[in-house]
Design a protein around this ligand. Structure first.
Ligand SMILES: [Zn+2]
Length: 219
């Protein structure tokens, strides 16, 4: 088995963000060491016990196993958790992971709506539980992005895919989060989203959104 090792800054334990960072890394940076393919398929993840003295927590990392779609070898992506550096902050970390998912979930023409929305909702849950300021900034960013994408709509297929991903996610957001995101959007657009939401129904919380989408994914 090939092994790729990355360090991940962690602000709290357990951290949904740290696990999601692994997926972001695997999809964005990791290539199969045998054949160079970037098409890695997730198989399983296991928790790594802390071994390094500098790390005060019992959980030391996350190990994710992927299978290379081209040559069939297994690739292990090992994430070693560490304390954040003074130059690192939670919101920037959120932005990096979220941007990686916008990219990976909009590849190849058909946007991966459900996967993106589950991941984005999990990122927001993590921020909401641990860092209210970063949570508010993240919602603002989501609203601003959707607003910008909407004005660029149709300029190229990639932008269009990303726009569709964002719109799907925002239309499914629970009332509290939707209200925050809506502040960045035009009133007439918010009204059309509200109409869609009333028709299809929305979950009362981010956790229930994740559960609902996970069920959809399994169908
Ligand atoms: Zn390979």
């Amino acid at each position: 088995m090939e092994e790729l090792v990355y360090e991940v800054p962690v602000w709290w334990i357990p951290s949904r963000m740290a696990i999601l960072k692994g997926y972001a890394i695997a999809e964005k940076e990791a290539a199969c060491p045998s054949c160079g393919s970037r098409s890695l398929r997730f198989i399983r993840r296991t928790v790594l016990e802390a071994q390094r003295l500098k790390w005060p927590h019992r959980v030391g990392g996350d190990e994710q196993v992927y299978s290379c779609d081209r040559c069939g070898r297994n690739v292990v992506v090992k994430l070693i958790y560490r304390e954040p550096e003074p130059s690192e902050d939670v919101f920037s970390e959120f932005c990096q992971i979220y941007e990686a998912f916008l990219d990976s979930c909009s590849r190849g023409g058909a946007p991966n709506y459900i996967t993106f929305s589950i991941r984005a909702a999990n990122l927001l849950i993590d921020l909401k539980e641990h860092d209210e300021e970063a949570y508010a900034k993240a919602l603002e960013r989501v609203g601003k992005d959707l607003n910008t994408l909407r004005s660029e709509m149709g300029s190229d297929p990639k932008t269009h895919s990303v726009y569709r991903l964002m719109e799907y996610f925002v239309s499914k957001l629970p009332p509290e989060e939707f209200e925050q995101v809506s502040k960045q959007l035009e009133k007439s657009y918010v009204e059309s989203l509200v109409e869609l939401r009333n028709r299809e129904g929305v979950p009362p919380s981010l956790q229930e959104l994740v559960e609902y989408l996970t069920l959809l994914q399994q169908v």
